[in-house]
Design a protein around this ligand. Structure first.
Ligand code: SF4
Length: 244
């Protein structure tokens, strides 16, 4: 294959990948042209990705705004939107491209509780209608429980446990996950676990388990050997020497 044909193919693949995987965070709205309307902005997103003729594009946008409860503000300028509406428009900009995966990064922080549940309901409604996967990154345990099928718990940048939402919230195995879930008494029906100390600083990396200093079950080996993530129950993976 000549080099130019190969390059063209790679660019085509890149474009498809950019469309299929969308990233949404709460900062996205700062890049918008504040005088544009929501409808115009979504048209621009489609144009940029060379998607849809005018008629199809209009149908796609109208349908999406309807399903997200945003049709009534479709022709409002962006500058007048509330924080919750801005967040929904952020999500609409991703969804209009009909991606397969949407990474939702700390989307709910700063929104009040009623707006958070509105955003979650819309995301969940769309998930039921489309073949779409969300990667929902959040420290909001109630929201993660509501929106997720699978959960991965991270401590200092490492996954310490992963499994189905009921495995992680109702029967956590790792001591950090147990402490975390004990802060959600409506789901985890056991005693509250209060951890001592603070997470280690990233400037002092250790060879051992990153949870060593705070773990009530720490042993000597935990100081120097990092545990691997292993499947302990069907579909439930844990990184801990006690469960090796
Ligand atoms: S490896 Fe050791 S320190 Fe880490 S969670 Fe397990 S018992 Fe605790």
């Amino acid at each position: 294959m000549p080099v130019w044909a190969h390059t063209k193919l790679v660019r085509k693949k890149d474009k498809k990948l950019q469309k299929d995987i969308q990233y949404v965070d709460k900062e996205a709205s700062f890049k918008w042209n504040k005088r544009s309307t929501i409808f115009k902005m979504l048209e621009k997103v489609l144009e940029t990705h060379e998607m849809c003729s005018n008629t199809n594009g209009h149908c796609l946008i109208s349908h999406l705004l309807n399903s997200m409860g945003l049709a009534h503000i479709a022709y409002h300028p962006i500058q007048g939107l509330t924080p919750g509406e801005r967040q929904l428009v952020n999500i609409a900009c991703a969804l209009v491209l009909q991606p397969k995966l949407v990474i939702l990064d700390d989307l709910l922080s700063g929104l009040d509780l009623s707006v958070q549940s509105q955003v979650l309901n819309i995301l969940s409604h769309i998930k039921k209608k489309r073949a779409i996967t969300y990667l929902f990154i959040s420290d909001n345990l109630n929201a993660s429980y509501y929106i997720s099928d699978q959960v991965a718990v991270m401590y200092k940048g490492r996954i310490v446990e992963k499994g189905t939402v009921s495995q992680i919230y109702e029967e956590p195995i790792h001591s950090y996950t147990q402490a975390l879930m004990s802060t959600v008494p409506s789901i985890y029906k056991r005693e509250r676990i209060v951890l001592k100390g603070a997470p280690p600083s990233s400037s002092c990396p250790s060879n051992g388990c990153p949870f060593y200093r705070r773990c009530p079950f720490a042993q000597e080996a935990c100081k120097s050997r990092q545990p691997l993530l292993r499947e302990i129950r069907s579909g439930q993976f844990v990184s801990c020497h006690l469960h090796a």
